[in-house]
Design a protein around this ligand. Structure first.
Ligand code: ADP
Ligand code: CDP
Length: 215
């Protein structure tokens, strides 16, 4: 297999921007697994599936056709042919995604899809369980962190009209759900390198990851 870089960590730690930068620099593909959980959540909401009912989510999660692109310059995600790149970032999806992602049947399905895409490698993959579950044999495993305040500041700078405080609260709720769920919770993989990005800028983080890959 070719190179596989596994990039895990909590929301706003910089996974997407760092992964895309690293993929671009090395001419690798890029997979955003969070976008796949978001796409599944978008579909469930649109179908009127009750997100408080894990059995209903499990029963229907095989229905949507989720197709993820791997170009770091043009991240793409489609559900049954519909481009959902915009809608999956909306507050309703963000608020529901951790509940959908906690359903074991959803994870089994999306992990299988992710492994198929990774295939022969040459890819940077970001998510919560890449180094622990999806691809434990990754060439390099990175666990990105940053202070809760720094992460909330970054996210609220992206989203117009959201305060740092509101953002920090919403992220803390999602981080707690993601790290306490029974199936494949967010945790640092064996052999992962922890990189605290609180005091670093994007270029510095990308340079550090490139250094780790070259080792
Ligand atoms: P994640 O994928 O982990 O949620 P993102 O890559 O989406 O994180 O980063 C969230 C925001 O923070 C983006 O606007 C990004 O440009 C910014 N950002 C990421 N890493 C850094 C960093 N080291 N310093 C400053 N801003 C950063
Ligand atoms: O937007 P943000 O970077 O915070 O999150 P994301 O990477 O888009 O992931 C959204 C949600 O999907 C997470 O909060 C997790 O609940 C779930 N997820 C997961 O369970 N496993 C993954 N490998 C990726 C995402």
């Amino acid at each position: 297999t070719g190179l596989v870089v596994a990039m895990d960590g909590p929301s706003g730690s910089g996974k997407s921007s760092v992964s895309r930068g690293v993929a671009r620099a090395l001419g690798l593909r890029y997979l955003d697994t969070g976008a796949m959980y978001r796409a599944m959540t978008w579909w469930m909401l649109r179908q009127g599936v009750d997100l408080a009912d894990p059995a209903a989510i499990a029963a229907r999660c095989g229905e949507p056709g989720i197709v993820s692109g791997t170009d770091p310059d043009a991240p793409a995600i489609h559900v049954d042919g519909v481009d959902v790149a915009g809608p999956i970032r909306e507050a309703e999806v963000t608020g529901g995604v951790s509940v959908v992602a906690a359903v074991p049947e959803v994870r089994a399905l999306l992990v299988a899809l992710q492994r198929e895409i990774i295939g022969t490698g040459d890819i940077v993959v970001e998510g919560r369980d890449i180094g622990t579950v999806v691809w434990p044999d990754a060439t390099v495993k990175i666990y990105l962190t940053a202070s809760a305040e720094a992460r909330a500041r970054r996210r609220s700078a992206e989203l117009a009209g959201s305060t740092v405080e509101a953002q920090q609260q919403a992220m803390a709720r999602r981080d707690t759900l993601d790290s306490t769920r029974k199936t494949d919770p967010l945790s640092m993989a064996d052999g992962a390198v922890e990189l605290d990005t609180t005091a670093l800028n994007l270029e510095e983080v990308i340079a550090e990851v490139l250094r780790l890959v070259a080792e």
